[in-house]
Design a binder for this molecule. Structure first.
Ligand SMILES: Cc1ncc(COP(=O)(O)O)c(C=O)c1O
Length: 366
């Protein structure tokens, strides 16, 4: 069996090798500062006693699990600290399939490409439901697709790549569909601090025993290299997930967890507000310049991606490579996110050069 390897690293490497200066808008790697407390935590760690370099508890540092639990309104016994949200999603999807109540995983189109990759890797079957043009998911469409074959429904809000933020009614209905079909709703909320609309609603509020929520600090602490995330399980599902995490990873980085804990405790809301403000400015600058280029585009309600479409130039990998070589702008092909956005490109607003990038695109398409 071949796994579907997401294209992100391939495109990043292609852009790195290019023979010219390229503005990197490929991946969701924030270019802004991590919280000062995160840097302090890492610096401090280097001088701690040797026992702090020993294995941490497999499911995470107790204090970090308690801090996460208090913030999310759950019990610390429900939390596993993972190697990023990526592992949290893997544990959640694996746990859902292990129940043996259906091997189909309902995914959205467009989709964050790691979900279909993981589905196949775990022996599950992919079933896609389309979102609307704005990236919103109609729960009635999910209800229609769900059946006794459904093991899980995997959603992401705020969404990568569409920028949609699902309102409370959507989340409530999705929990209901999962419960009605004895399936698990996996809600990936890694962009929760990047809700620009004020409408974000966590699946945790429904306290459902059919729901697993995943999250991490890669985006909220601008530190994709830290590799600390977590999953919140209903208590009846957590035991096997703990064992899987232990068997695959032994444990998660101890210095990283320590620094994340310090950052959670000491970083005030102004840090997150400033990052949202920065993004709002970048979205406005990038989309204004795309207007000037005559492109069609999405204006995200959350996360940090803009999708754009240029007439007569489809969102293929080949065209992404042309934009890198000929325009000096690197984005992701829309076709990497599913069939529905094959005409589009996704640009991550993780560079101060967003206006320059859009001008380069305008010049290329002139
Ligand atoms: C929707 C989504 N989930 C998970 C991840 C991976 O997050 P982490 O770095 O915490 O593993 C990303 C990263 O881009 C993402 O966009």
């Amino acid at each position: 069996m071949e796994y579907e390897t997401p294209l992100f690293f391939h495109v990043m490497e292609y852009a790195d090798r290019a023979d010219r200066d390229v503005i990197d808008m490929v991946s969701g790697n924030p270019d802004w500062e991590p919280p000062e407390a995160l840097r302090d935590g890492l610096r401090e760690y280097a001088d701690l006693e040797p026992d702090r370099f020993e294995y941490p508890p497999s499911d995470g540092l107790r204090e970090l699990r308690e801090e996460i639990a208090a913030r999310r309104g759950v019990d610390a016994e429900q939390v596993i600290v993972t190697n990023g949200t990526g592992e949290a999603n893997y544990l959640a999807m694996a746990r859902a399939l292990e129940r043996g109540r259906g091997d189909e995983i309902i995914l959205t189109d467009p989709v964050y490409p790691y979900y279909p990759g993981k589905t196949t890797m775990l022996g599950g079957t992919q079933r896609f439901v389309e979102t609307d043009e704005d990236g919103q998911l109609d729960p009635a469409v999910v209800r229609e697709a769900a059946s006794e074959e459904t093991g899980a429904i995997v959603v992401n809000t705020p969404n990568n790549p569409t920028g949609a933020v699902y309102p409370e009614e959507t989340m409530e209905a999705l929990v209901d569909v999962a419960e009605a079909n004895d399936a698990i709703l996996v809600s990936d909320e890694v962009y929760d601090h990047f809700d620009l609309s004020g409408t974000f609603s966590s699946a945790l509020r429904y306290e459902s025993d059919h729901c697993i929520v995943t999250n991490g600090f890669s985006k909220s602490m601008a530190s994709t290299g830290l590799r600390v995330g977590y999953a919140v399980f209903p208590e009846h599902l957590i035991e096997n997930a703990r064992s899987r995490h232990m068997l695959v990873n032994v444990a998660t980085t101890r210095p990283g967890q320590y620094a994340a804990l310090r950052s959670l405790r000491e970083t005030n809301p102004a840090y997150h507000e400033a990052n949202r403000e920065l993004l709002r400015d970048r979205i406005a600058a990038f989309t204004d310049a795309l207007d000037a280029a005559g492109a069609e585009y999405t204006t995200p309600e959350g996360s940090f991606y803009v999708m754009a479409r240029f007439e007569g130039f489809d969102g293929s990998l080949e065209n992404v490579e042309r934009l890198i070589d000929e325009a000096g702008v690197a984005g992701m092909p829309g076709e990497a996110f599913g069939d529905s956005r094959g005409d589009w490109f996704r640009f991550a607003l993780v560079t101060p050069q967003v206006t320059e990038a859009a001008s380069r695109l305008a010049a290329f398409f002139e």
